[in-house]
Design a binder for this molecule. Structure first.
Ligand SMILES: [Zn+2]
Length: 86
């Protein structure tokens, strides 16, 4: 997530210097960020549909391992997901 943000900012700054201010580059960067964040917003509990990034009233940048609403265990369901989250 952080890498995507840095990449997006770097892209905008690079294009800005080379070609002047570009709305297209800015739009592309925003689009890239949305795409990078899409899996996060889609990650809901398969049992009750609760978004796993919400813990009560808080939103955290990594998903719950166990659903806070119904207690569904998600550890074994998401191979490869754990290593992306620090
Ligand atoms: Zn649940």
């Amino acid at each position: 997530m952080l890498a995507a943000l840095i990449l997006a900012v770097a892209l905008v700054l690079t294009v800005d210097r080379l070609y002047g201010h570009s709305t297209i580059a800015f739009a592309a960067a925003i689009l890239g960020l949305v795409i990078a964040n899409a899996p996060m917003l889609r990650l809901n509990c398969p049992e009750c549909g609760k978004n796993l990034f919400f813990r009560g009233v808080f939103v955290v940048p990594w998903p719950n391992r166990t659903c806070g609403k119904c207690g569904y265990e998600l550890d074994h369901d998401e191979p490869g997901q754990d290593h992306q989250n620090r």
